[in-house]
Design a binder for this molecule. Structure first.
Ligand SMILES: [Fe+2]
Ligand SMILES: [Fe+2]
Length: 190
C-alpha cells in the first residue's frame, strides 16, 4: 500500500483539488462507507486510491476508463493477481456516472462504494470549485451562467447518485453548503 501511495503522489502531484489530496479524501470516504457495507476492503482501498490515476484535467469523459487501464498496469507490475486486478479495474471504471450511460450502473458493492466516495467529494464545496475550474477551460460552456447551471446540475446528480444511506449522511452537510452557495450565487447574478 505504501508503494501505491508513493506512485499516486508522484503521478497526480500535490494540488489540493486535483492531486494526491483528492485521492486521499476519496479513499477516506470509501473506507468510512466500507465500515458499514459488506465489501472486500482491500479492493475498495486500492481502487479508491487509484480511481483518478490517469486524470489530466482535460480527459473528463474518458478519465475513468483510462484510469482503470493505467491502474491495471501499475498493479500488474506490483505482482497483483489478475482476478483482483479485474475487480479493481471494474470498480475504477464505474466510479464515474458518465460511464453508467454506456455500461450500466455499478453492480458490486465495491463499485458502489467507490462511486459513492467520489460523489461525496463531487457534491462538496471542493467538488463544486473543481467542476468550475475544469468547466472554465472547456469549450463546452458558452459563459459563466452556463457553467453555474451545469455545476448545479452536476452536484445534484452526484448527491442523487449515492447508493448508501451512510454516504448520504456523510455528504449531507457539505452538499447543503454547496447548494446554498450556488443558490445565493444564482440569486445575486440574476
Ligand atoms: Fe475523483
Ligand atoms: Fe474521477
Amino acid at each position: 500500500m505504501e508503494e501505491l501511495h508513493r506512485i499516486v503522489k508522484a503521478r497526480l502531484g500535490h494540488d489540493i483539488l486535483f492531486g494526491y489530496p483528492h485521492a486521499l479524501r476519496v479513499m477516506e470516504n470509501a473506507e468510512h462507507i466500507a465500515e458499514r457495507v459488506e465489501v472486500n476492503k482491500n479492493i475498495v482501498r486500492i481502487a479508491s486510491l487509484l480511481h483518478d490515476i490517469a486524470f489530466d484535467g482535460k480527459n473528463v469523459v474518458s478519465h475513468a476508463e483510462e484510469s482503470a487501464i493505467a491502474a491495471d498496469k501499475i498493479l500488474k507490475e506490483l505482482g497483483i493477481p489478475s482476478d483482483k486486478r479485474i475487480a479493481i479495474m471494474n470498480t475504477i471504471r464505474k466510479h464515474d456516472f458518465r460511464v453508467w450511460e454506456r455500461e450500466g450502473e455499478p453492480k458490486t458493492n465495491e463499485e458502489k462504494v467507490v462511486s459513492d466516495a467520489e460523489n461525496i467529494e463531487r457534491c462538496s464545496p471542493q467538488g463544486l470549485v473543481k467542476f468550475i475550474i475544469i468547466a472554465s477551460k472547456l469549450p463546452t460552456y458558452k459563459d459563466s451562467g452556463d457553467i453555474i447551471r451545469a455545476a448545479s446540475k452536476f452536484i445534484n446528480k452526484a448527491y442523487a447518485s449515492l447508493f448508501f444511506e451512510v454516504s448520504k449522511e456523510r455528504a449531507k452537510e457539505s452538499f447543503e453548503a454547496s447548494k446554498g452557495f450556488l443558490e445565493m450565487l444564482v440569486h445575486n447574478v440574476s
